[in-house]
Design a protein around this ligand. Structure first.
Ligand SMILES: NC(=O)c1ccc[n+]([C@@H]2O[C@H](COP(=O)([O-])OP(=O)(O)OC[C@H]3O[C@@H](n4cnc5c(N)ncnc54)[C@H](O)[C@@H]3O)[C@@H](O)[C@H]2O)c1
Length: 271
């Protein structure tokens, strides 16, 4: 069982990080390993645990392999893997894959004396959603969510917004807020937090960043007065590293924007 006294902040820890092959997940994996920790990277390619998080089989394999490789104990789990394309697989990995990662590996966290969990939402969670898709996601109804995403795939609803991506990120952020303070997480002494990146220079948005028009569109949605647009992946990775470190004893249920100030510009009245 997790202890209630402050754990050592220097003891090497064991983590699972999804999306470890690229971008933010890769930067986080490298940072945690540099700090002397053990990380089992998870991805659809080039990983310690190679699985497809859109499938039931892949999600079950993740839990089985993490159990086998870690000996049944994990100190931290971070769900980073994601897709941005307006396709059904985006809800499969961004929402249901993240949930399967966190819920599936929670029993291994319970064996740690300082367990921590985190996920990656997005500034896109504040953008327009598809109401029908969001309702299916919040209800954890994957067949209905995939059917709705299939119906709207490729369409640009609500102006230029990618409502499949936005809905997946809104839903995972709502899940976090609803679940972090419950018996299951806070009651088990597991801080559970999210980050919400703005524009991060990773392969996910490489196409948009490569043209002046794409960069202008990103800047319009995510104005970044602090240190300019397109932060390096180390910026969100370093925050994630702290959120899942033993030092984080009392922060839970938070969605921390790593966006150079975009959220405070877009939603100035929100506290
Ligand atoms: N880059 C940004 O500007 C930005 C902004 C907000 C949020 N995010 C979020 O950050 C997270 C990381 O994105 P990134 O920018 O590092 O992108 P990325 O494309 O560099 O990395 C995403 C990783 O997820 C993996 N992945 C995708 N589908 C998978 C599947 N079915 N099973 C297993 N692994 C799978 C990919 O293989 C890849 O390694 C995502 O959740 C993304 O939505 C990114």
């Amino acid at each position: 069982m997790p202890s209630t006294t402050a754990p050592s902040t220097t003891t090497p820890r064991t983590y699972v990080v999804t999306g470890s092959a690229s971008g933010i997940g890769k930067a986080l994996t490298e940072r945690l390993r540099r700090d002397g920790n053990t990380v089992f990277g998870v991805d659809i390619r080039d990983a310690d645990i190679t699985v497809d998080l859109t499938t039931e089989q892949g999600r079950a394999d993740l839990v089985a392999q993490a159990m086998q490789k870690s000996g049944g104990v994990l100190d931290g789990v971070v769900a980073v893997a994601g897709l941005a394309a307006p396709i059904p697989a985006t809800v499969g990995v961004n929402y249901f894959g993240a949930l399967a990662t966190l819920e599936g590996l929670r029993p291994l966290l319970l064996k740690s004396d300082a367990p921590r969990a985190a996920l990656v939402a997005s500034l896109a969670a504040i953008e327009p959603v598809d109401d029908e898709l969001l309702a299916a996601l919040v209800a954890n109804d994957e067949p209905t969510a995939i059917a709705r995403a299939t119906a709207i795939a490729g369409q640009k609803l609500n102006g230029a917004s990618n409502t499949i991506y936005n809905s997946s990120k809104r839903a995972i952020a709502l899940w976090l807020r609803a679940n972090a303070p419950t018996e299951t997480w806070a009651g088990a002494s597991i801080p559970l937090n999210a980050i919400a990146p703005g524009v991060i220079a990773t392969p996910m948005i490489g196409d948009a960043l490569s043209s002046a028009e794409g960069r202008a569109a990103l800047d319009a949605g995510a104005p970044s007065p602090l240190n300019g647009p397109a932060a390096p992946p180390e910026a969100p990775a370093n925050l994630l590293a702290w959120l899942v470190s033993a030092e984080n004893t009392n922060t839970t249920g938070q969605i921390i924007f790593v966006d150079g100030g975009a959220d405070s510009i877009r939603r100035p009245g929100l506290i």
